[in-house]
Design a protein. Structure first.
Length: 273
């Protein structure tokens, strides 16, 4: 039975997608897990991070080769038909590397009425992915939206990547309140706050020095011991013209390689993955 984890932060620019992709990759390569990443962000950042240009063109040409396909009314209405799931499923699951797959996103998911079926993603994961993967990671937009709701309702736990800065510190209680009132309260869905990972860390900066103690005081039991430093190689990895190594695990900087390994191992321990 797969464990489902949503990577979420109400604030953008904290490296959420970068962490989600690299933790998924490391879970597969180092921890030996079978992992699938679901990109629930219409901006398609995780999709662009992992897939090739020809694969991106496939998705742009056919919206059913994305998460739109498994959440669309067409799939939901016809999934009971014999053979339909098997024919359709392979269209939207792309292999990234060995035991690491992705269901990419599409701008077309903005046309879906997710409010009418908040459990669609949960049902799809339970019916089609839960027995095939060890871990499902969902990357959702940095907003409270139907994408967020659908993702959290499909998840066993959520992880918050954040920077040690005032806006992130301010936004986390609002996210916790949304989970408590809406996800756990209104929908009665049990979900665990597995922890906070400090990302894009520059230890010498005053923002880090001032805000990390605040985070430690407010969320002592939730703050991961391991964190990921700000590194130019990670940014370069997103551009194939600047670097051939897009994943942190494959980079030459041993500090960040060990950091992503340790973050991933800590997640495995905290989430009992």
């Amino acid at each position: 039975m797969a464990k489902v984890i949503t990577f979420i932060n109400m604030k953008g620019g904290v490296g959420k997608t970068t962490l989600a992709v690299n933790v998924a990759y490391t879970l597969s390569k180092v921890e030996g897990k079978k992992v699938i990443l679901i990109d629930m962000d219409p901006q398609m950042n995780a999709t662009q991070y992992t897939l090739t240009e020809p694969q991106m063109n496939e998705i742009l040409d056919d919206r059913n080769k994305s998460v739109y396909g498994c959440l669309s009314p067409d799939y939901q209405a016809n999934s009971v038909l014999k053979g339909y799931e098997q024919r359709k499923e392979k269209k939207w699951i792309f292999n990234v590397d060995n035991t690491f797959d992705i269901i990419p996103s599409s701008l077309h998911i903005m046309t879906l009425n997710l409010a009418a079926g908040p459990y669609k993603l949960r049902q799809y994961i339970q019916n089609e992915l839960s027995e095939k993967y060890d871990i499902v990671i969902i990357d959702c937009p940095p907003t409270i939206s139907e994408y967020t709701k659908v993702s959290l309702l499909a998840s066993d736990m959520y992880l918050v990547p954040m920077k040690a800065e005032p806006l992130s510190v301010f936004g986390l209680p609002m996210l916790e309140n949304y989970v408590k009132e809406t996800i756990q309260g209104q929908f009665e869905h049990e979900i665990k706050f597995v922890g906070i990972v400090l990302n894009m860390v520059i230890p010498s900066r005053l923002l880090y020095k001032n805000n990390k103690p605040i985070i430690q005081k407010k969320w002592k039991l939730k703050l991961f011991q391991n964190e990921l430093k700000q590194c130019e190689d990670i940014v370069k990895g997103l551009d194939p013209e600047l670097s051939s190594e897009k994943y942190i695990l494959d980079m030459s900087d041993l500090i960040i390689v060990n950091q992503i390994k340790n973050i991933t191992k800590e997640l495995v321990q905290k989430g009992r993955l």
